[in-house]
Design a protein around this ligand. Structure first.
Ligand SMILES: Nc1nc2c(ncn2[C@@H]2O[C@H](COP(=O)(O)OP(=O)(O)O)[C@@H](O)[C@H]2O)c(=O)[nH]1
Ligand SMILES: [Mg+2]
Length: 329
């Protein structure tokens, strides 16, 4: 079976198998991703982030319905880096999107960190490429927006939708933590609950600093320019059409202005750097057994028998000498 051809034909089993190979860091995953790469670049990647319980999964579920209504194939990657044992959150995500469980045009996949926290952003990037090559026109990445890893995951998207809800208390806190910076479209979900209007005012206030030129959140959705702010009630299916339109309009806007291309170029730079860093690290690990020697090196430092930079420089020097000897032989 030619896995690459099967993925390109959108065969679900081939897609799932390829994703598993990526998650398990199998060596063959590299050549699979490379073979699929020429067929990528067609999907719109929408990151959906926000605190747990804000309503991300419920919103995505409703957005899927609208996308399907337009005949578009949709994929969802739910990533939960904070729960290595794939806890309740991900089960909840699955449940929330159950409506689409039997629709062959919808692919939903959960990813938990499985202990390789640093690698999950890279793995997610590769999974996106597989789904892109498989012909999913929209790919939603759902993750909670708190730590560095989550932000890295969200940075894989073309557009970031930040979901907030009233009464959570920590919302403004989250904004300070830099999550506001990465949002393109702001959604105040659960507008049926008290405090939604107050939160709207707060978000607009914060955004007025982000876009001081006036291209700000003060204007409403779909007007173009700035960061749209929308109010929804996912559970009641209110405001979803507007959000869907705002995402479409934003995508068109950044595509037209060249910002989308810039974003993607920048993302590729970071991805390449990530691969390079990982490869160099792996190479060093094999050649000079970094992981194995690390405790001894630390011990030497602890006893003041070595100095940090001299020690590492010496190791790198040894490594490079061995490499050039290899080449001469
Ligand atoms: N009152 C209200 N509850 C909602 C709304 N949207 C979602 N919920 C509920 O909020 C809870 C968390 O939703 P979920 O989509 O799992 O949030 P996630 O953790 O951000 O993915 C669920 O019980 C939803 O039914 C809404 O607009 N209003
Ligand atoms: Mg969820």
């Amino acid at each position: 079976m030619d896995l690459v051809a099967e993925v390109r034909r959108g065969k679900l089993r081939a897609i799932a198998r390829t994703i598993s190979l990526i998650e398990d860091l199998e060596p063959e995953a590299e050549s699979l991703v490379d073979a699929l790469y020429p067929h990528t670049g067609r999907s719109l990647i929408v990151g959906v982030t926000g605190s747990p319980g804000a309503g991300k999964s419920t919103l995505v579920d409703k957005l899927i319905t609208l996308e399907r209504g337009r005949g578009r194939k949709v994929a969802v990657i739910a990533v939960d880096p904070s729960s290595p044992f794939s806890g309740g959150a991900i089960l909840g995500d699955r449940l929330r999107m159950q409506t689409h469980a039997t629709d062959p045009g919808v692919f939903i996949r959960s990813m938990a960190s499985r202990g390789f926290l640093g690698g999950i952003a890279a793995a997610t990037g590769d999974v996106i490429k597989v789904l892109d090559a498989a012909g999913y026109q929209s790919i939603f990445i759902e993750t909670i927006g708190v730590g560095q890893t989550e932000i890295k995951i969200v940075e894989l998207s073309d557009i970031v939708v930040l979901v907030l809800m009233p009464g959570a208390g920590d919302e403004i806190q989250a904004m300070k933590a830099g999550v506001m910076e990465i949002g393109d479209i702001f959604v105040i979900n659960k507008k049926d609950l008290p405090g939604a209007d107050k939160l709207l005012a707060e978000v607009q206030y914060v955004l007025s600093f982000k876009n001081p030129t006036g291209r700000s959140g003060e204007r409403n959705q779909s007007e173009g320019g700035g960061n749209p702010v929308l109010m929804t009630s996912a559970a009641r299916d209110e405001g979803i059409e507007q959000l869907h339109r705002a995402i479409g309009a934003y995508a068109e806007e950044i595509d037209g202005s060249g910002r989308l291309a810039d974003k993607r170029r920048f993302r590729l730079q970071r991805e390449l750097l990530g691969i390079l860093t990982r490869k160099v690290h792996e190479l060093m690990d094999v050649q000079i057994e970094v992981s194995k020697q690390l405790p001894q090196w630390a011990e030497s430092l602890y006893r003041h028998r070595a100095r940090p930079y001299a020690l590492i420089n010496e190791q790198i020097g040894n490594f490079l000498r061995e490499k050039s000897n290899d080449r001469e032989n």
